[in-house]
Design a protein around this ligand. Structure first.
Ligand SMILES: [Fe+2]
Length: 260
């Protein structure tokens, strides 16, 4: 960790077992000459290539990771697992499960704080909120700032919503969500049924550079061929996953149900 470059690094998250998207992002990071990566979790879950994707992550030097809610559920196992967590758990080796189990929920490295959802809850959306009608909207300053209480780092990294977004708090702290490497659209039922869809299948991540006391951030969206991942999803009977990785849409895409 001592050679982690805190002045210029990549931030990735929500790989969700998409090995081909992750490989494309890692190649893009290499092409930028960046050797240090923060990874905000949800490494696995889903029918794509969980063991293969996690092997890429575990074998990558210069990467510092936390765990996501799905990683937590995959490790926990049990009879009531979601199908996407079960298929990942069954694909992973014992060593991979142990690696996931050892990940912390949050982490502080220099002036950077890492979490998956918010500092206190890996299921909470930090920068967005869901309305009772199912719209995913910008959360607004009071609630975003409330969730940042106690975070004494200048830059806080979060994930979980798969939506890239940066927020600058009035006190100068920055909160950054890099978007999702491998899962550009999903559905959830909590706290209200909703759909998140980025509208692009590209593998998304962020690059951060320290500029004095400020942070320069950029979101990068990397093309790759999702065909192999879509085929894996179809082979598992998960047409929604296939549509998501192929198009970035769950609803409104060709062959998909109309948007609600
Ligand atoms: Fe998540």
């Amino acid at each position: 960790m001592t050679d982690f470059n805190l002045d210029r690094f990549a931030v990735i998250a929500d790989v969700h077992g998409n090995a081909d998207a992750l490989a494309a992002v890692l190649a893009d990071v290499d092409g930028l000459g960046i050797g240090s990566i923060f990874n905000l979790g949800d490494h696995v879950s889903g029918p794509l290539a969980p063991a293969e994707a996690l092997a890429l992550t575990m074998g990558r030097a210069g990467m510092i990771s936390v765990r996501g809610n799905h990683d937590r559920w995959v490790v926990a196992g049990g009879a009531n697992m979601y199908p996407s967590d079960r298929i990942a758990r069954e694909d992973l080796s014992q060593a991979q499960l142990e690696w996931l189990a050892a990940l912390p929920a949050t982490r502080r490295v220099g002036d950077v704080f890492l979490c998956h959802g918010t500092p206190r809850d890996d299921l909470e959306y930090w920068l967005e909120t869901v309305t009772p009608e199912g719209h995913v909207v910008f959360r607004g300053l009071p609630e975003i700032a409330r969730a940042a209480v106690g975070v004494d780092a200048g830059l806080a990294l979060c994930a979980h919503t798969h939506l890239p977004r940066r927020v600058d708090l009035p006190d100068g702290r920055v909160i950054l969500n890099p978007g999702s490497v491998g899962c550009p659209a999903y559905e959830d039922v909590e706290p209200y049924p909703h759909v998140v869809q980025t509208g692009t299948p590209l593998a998304t991540y962020a690059v951060v550079e320290r500029r004095g006391t400020a942070w320069a951030t950029s979101v990068r969206q990397v093309p790759y061929d999702p065909a192999r991942m879509a085929e894996a999803a179809r082979a598992a009977g998960r047409e929604g996953w296939a549509r998501a990785v192929s198009t970035g849409w769950l609803r409104g895409a060709p062959g998909a149900p109309a948007a609600r």
